[in-house]
Design a protein around this ligand. Structure first.
Ligand code: MTE
Ligand code: MO
Length: 303
């Protein structure tokens, strides 16, 4: 089979047998390397099993969705209050066909595919999630991006009666994110409507969220109600909170420390002892696919 991207691998391609066999070998290998003090080889060795999906229970109970509280278990407990039907998404700004699109309209005609992606939080934990969704580019093509547009801005629902976290002014609500247009049009950038072959659970951003696998998790904004095409870099929630800590680009980068912690290593949730110090990969392992987007840019200045 010819895959354009390694991320085109579906769960069917990674059979449990391959996964467990590889994992056993790697565990043995990693143990030997640790004993010899040679941890660097682990970076390459992990490649063989690093697209093993995280357990569904972990991916749906250990979440960041501050609209429902800041503890990792809060979203799973509280997000059930969120009404996701009916749902609509306003698409406006520099597009030929602006409007309020129902969730059903948005999804109609889109090809839903499975993408197994790494998800790397800036807090240094990571997961591997089999998303179901469509390329954002297909949606943008459908509404017609006008020639002057250079950025895409996104907004999450902000409904105080259903979102207890909105009482706490940690960031400015609604949660906002943004991408440069070429990042938004990149084939790895998807709008997810499901995960693990099921509709998205509320805590993971139902009914529709962004997934940008080469950026820190906070760029992957949940429960989207508005998409705006603009010619100016849009303000984003975490960048507004602290530009020094959270840049507009927020590409996963082991060489750029967060002011309060290094980003050299990550911990794979549910991975056990051996998954505590996994070397962080440049662009979260998608360098081959996305590095060209940033040619000539200083990625420390433009973090
Ligand atoms: N609206 C909204 N989107 C959000 C967040 C949030 O608090 N609110 N948290 C972000 C962060 S920090 C991460 S790491 C991911 C987590 O996604 P997951 O819970 O599906 O793993 O969602 C991102 N999207
Ligand atoms: Mo995050």
């Amino acid at each position: 089979m010819a895959y354009r991207y390694r991320s085109d691998l579906t769960r069917d391609d990674v059979t449990p047998k391959d996964v467990y066999l590889n994992r056993r070998q790697i565990m043995a290998g990693a143990g030997a390397m640790m004993g010899a003090g040679l941890l660097t080889g682990e970076a390459r060795a992990q490649d063989a099993w690093d697209l093993t999906p995280t357990a569904y229970e972990d991916a749906t109970s250990y979440n960041n969705f501050y609209e429902f509280g800041t503890d990792k278990g809060d979203p799973a407990r509280n997000a059930r209050m969120m009404t996701t039907e009916p749902w609509s998404v306003v698409i406006d700004g520099m597009v030929d066909r602006p409007g309020t699109y129902s969730f059903e309209d948005v999804v109609a005609g889109m090809t839903i595919e499975e993408r197994i992606y790494r998800l790397r939080c800036v807090e240094r934990w990571s997961m591997v999630i089999p998303w179901n969704g469509f390329e954002l580019a297909d949606l943008l093509d459908r509404v017609g991006v006008q020639s002057g547009a250079r950025y895409v801005a996104f907004e999450t629902l902000a409904r105080p009666e259903e979102m207890p976290g909105l009482r706490v002014p940690i960031i400015e609500w609604p949660y906002r994110e943004g991408l440069r247009l070429d990042e938004a049009m990149h084939p790895l950038t998807i709008m997810a409507t499901g995960m693990y072959g099921e509709p998205l659970p509320n805590q993971n951003g139902a009914p529709i969220r962004l997934v940008v696998p080469w950026k820190y998790g906070y760029k992957s904004i949940k429960s989207i109600v508005r998409i705006t095409l603009t010619d100016e870099q849009p303000p984003t929630a975490w960048n507004t909170y602290s530009a020094r800590e959270y840049g507009f680009y927020s590409n996963v980068n082991p060489n750029r420390a967060h002011p309060r912690w290094s980003q050299e290593f990550e911990r794979r949730v549910g991975g056990g002892l051996f998954a505590r110090n996994i070397p962080t990969l440049m662009f979260n392992g998608y360098e081959e696919e996305v590095a060209a987007l940033y040619e000539g840019m200083d990625l420390i200045v433009n973090h």
